[in-house]
Design a protein around this ligand. Structure first.
Ligand code: GLU
Length: 505
């Protein structure tokens, strides 16, 4: 039997997760669920300098909101924990020692200043400094390849700071195979001897990532394209450990709406669309970033547009719920080319979800957004939503489209009033009140028939009545059919609003 599929989403808690990270999580989730596999969340927090408080909670809350829960991870033990690398610190030393012993790694004692010096000297000559076969034993660098064993032991015993570097092989070609990009060949002479471990006992990303993928029995590594340059090193590490490597799939970049350059966290604020699933308050600056949830997006719509960023179902279909995404998802259909992010299209998706969602299901969302409505009968709220939802794109649009069903206008749009209020309007509105008082109000149609008959019979002109009536009910020349409004708010309330308009003119 094949190994059970295990994938992981391995974010570093250095800030809020933006939609690129969410897409990586989603593709891992879809792949796991499609293949009856396990979706692991691993928090890669070895770099304590970049650690941001609240970021891990933000990540787990975002996964929850998007409905893509992890099977194993912090708080969900599955036999491979702990799932935070900072809590796995004790595990890595053994593997570094293994690499040192097999001569795949070495100690380096170069100070930050001496390395800066090297870098500067190279730059002066128009060159780039790379710590590797070029210079590792040329005498300017201080490492265990040039020092005697005794010198090395003395330095360590003396408490000197050191790092352990990977010894990238010279003159070899690494064959990489990526499920999205196919075969890639890398000349190892271009690689640098990456730092794997530091004397404070902390592994770097590369070592911890590979060791944990191995220990957690990860079968497929699905991550963003920005990690592709690390693949050769990771492959070499697997080889050095004599471990079988997982399969790799590097997802294409998400590009700015203009099509060029990677979408950045800052683009959202600059271009006026959210790039974060949930809102995030920067713990240092206190700045709050826009988010999909708070802007009125359905999580299903967010998932849907994320799925189509770099993946295509091979058909014309665009709207998918999570279950159908799981059914049709296929890593083979992930594109190599970057995926342009289109904020208008995300709105379009939300509109599709708005229309698909029943008014009944929107009620609690709407009341949540507008707690002042919580004492109002939910049956009434549902009827109102039914009236307006076809005009809504975001859930946050619903209030703007329906407020007049809940509160009488407190003022009137100036332009509208000027346009509709004629010398005989007062008289007409007074007559209209009478018509409504005596007319049939058992349905919107009954109300409409009564008013229209009167208008036709008395030849007062439709616009002359309907337009001020609309301003009285809504406060502006907007809104759904006036008779639907009168029917829902009730004749008495409608009459009150008409009287208010008369009195204020
Ligand atoms: N910790 C890395 C990140 O922040 C994980 C990269 C990977 O998936 O290997 O994205």
């Amino acid at each position: 039997m094949n190994n059970p599929i295990r994938v992981r989403f391995a974010p570093s808690p250095t800030g809020p997760l933006h939609i690129g990270g969410m897409r990586t999580a989603l593709f891992n989730y879809l792949f796991a669920k499609k293949n009856n596999g396990t979706f692991v969340l691993r928090i890669e927090d070895t770099d304590q300098k970049r650690f941001v408080k609240g970021a891990e909670n933000y990540i787990t809350d975002s996964l929850k909101w998007c409905n893509i829960p992890y099977d194993e991870g912090p708080g969900k033990e599955g036999g491979f924990g702990p799932y935070r690398q900072s809590q796995r610190k004790h595990l890595y030393k053994k593997y570094v020692d293994q690499l040192l012993k097999s001569n795949n790694a070495y100690y380096a004692f170069d100070s930050a200043e001496s390395l800066d010096n090297e870098r500067r000297k190279h730059e002066e000559k128009g060159k780039t400094f790379i710590y590797n076969w070029h210079n590792r034993t040329k005498g300017r660098l201080t490492n265990s390849l040039v020092l005697s064993e005794k010198e090395v032991q003395d330095k360590i015993a003396n408490g000197d700071d050191y790092v352990v570097r990977f010894l990238a092989p010279k003159g070899e070609t690494v064959e990489l195979s990526d499920m999205v990009r196919g075969k890639i060949r890398i000349d190892t002479n271009t690689l640098d001897d990456k730092v794997l471990f530091k004397s404070d006992g902390m592994p770097t990303y590369h070592l911890a990532n590979v060791v944990d993928d191995y220990l957690m029995k990860i079968t497929h590594v699905i991550r963003g394209e920005e990690w592709l340059p690390s693949l050769a090193l990771h492959k070499l590490l697997y080889k050095a450990f004599e471990w079988g490597a997982p399969k790799f799939a590097h997802l294409p970049l998400i590009l700015k709406p203009a099509g060029k350059g990677k979408l950045s966290k800052r683009d959202g604020d600059k271009l006026g669309f959210p790039v974060f699933p949930l809102s995030w308050k920067d713990p240092v600056t206190g700045d709050v970033s826009k988010s999909y949830k708070e802007d009125g997006y359905f999580s299903g719509a967010v998932i849907n547009f994320l799925a189509l960023l770099g993946w295509n179902p091979g058909s014309e279909q665009e709207v998918f719920d999570l279950d159908s995404l799981i059914r049709v998802f296929d890593l083979k259909k992930v594109n190599k080319a970057g995926a342009r992010f289109d904020p208008d299209k995300t709105k379009w998706f939300n509109q599709q979800y708005m229309q698909k969602t029943s008014a009944k299901d929107l009620v609690s969302l709407f009341i949540n957004d507008n707690p002042e409505l919580s004492s109002i009968d939910t049956g009434y709220v549902e009827l109102v939503i039914k009236q307006v939802k076809e005009r809504a794109t975001l859930t946050s649009d619903l209030w703007g489209l329906s407020h007049y069903f809940f509160v009488a206008p407190s003022d009137y749009a100036e332009g509208a009033l000027k346009k509709v209020w004629k010398p005989n309007s007062k008289e007409l509105m007074t007559q209209l009140i009478r018509v409504l008082e005596t007319g049939d109000d058992s349905s919107a149609k009954g109300l409409q028939d009564g008013v229209k008959n009167w208008i036709t019979k008395s030849e007062v002109g439709f616009g002359r009545v309907m337009m001020p009536l609309r301003v009285a009910l809504v406060g502006a020349l907007e809104g759904v059919d006036v008779f639907d409004i009168i029917f829902l708010i009730g004749k008495a309330e409608a009459i009150k609003r008409i009287q208010l308009l008369i009195d204020s003119n």
